[in-house]
Write a protein that binds this ligand. Structure first.
Ligand code: HEM
Length: 127
């Protein structure tokens, strides 16, 4: 039958490929690159841990870092609506790249849209 846990449906290997494809885009994105560290390997490692538990897998992010408190952890960075859109575009392209499609992709992406909008903590610049 169909796996009930989204993490089991995507699997650790494809989740890892997705996160790597995502940060490869973030590293090149003019609106995102400036607020991220130059070396994204630790960021990607944490994101793989986070997404594992976000998708119902083992709580490996919280075991190492404590409660996610995602909004608070993003406070040091100006997350504008434009940056949220850019983040989601990078994710959508990463999903294309690894061939994630169908109902799973739709549901996962819609959750990310809500989470990304929740992270917004600054207005777009007037320029
Ligand atoms: C960390 C930006 C949305 C999950 C970060 C960092 C930045 C950032 C600059 C710090 C990277 C570092 O120091 O290593 C953004 C922007 C977003 C966004 C511009 C646009 C809305 C999201 C969303 C999620 C997420 C939607 C989850 C679904 C994380 C996680 C971390 C992180 C798990 C690592 C936190 C830690 O240090 O433990 N993000 N983020 N972010 N972000 Fe985002």
């Amino acid at each position: 039958g169909k796996p009930i846990i989204p993490y089991e449906e995507i699997g650790a290997e494809r989740l890892s490929l997705l996160v790597d494809a995502f940060y490869a885009r973030v590293a090149m994105h003019p609106k995102l690159k400036p607020i991220f560290p130059d070396d994204l390997s630790e960021t990607a490692r944490k994101q793989k841990q986070f997404m594992t538990q976000y998708l119902g897998g083992p709580n490996i992010y919280s075991e190492e870092h404590g409660h996610p408190r995602l909004k608070a952890r993003h406070n040091p960075f100006p997350i504008t609506p434009e940056r949220a859109q850019a983040w989601l575009e990078c994710m959508s392209e990463a999903m294309d790249e690894i061939g994630l499609s169908g109902k799973f992709r739709e549901t996962f992406y819609q959750r990310l849209v809500m989470t990304a909008h929740h992270m917004v903590n600054a207005p777009d610049s007037e320029e």
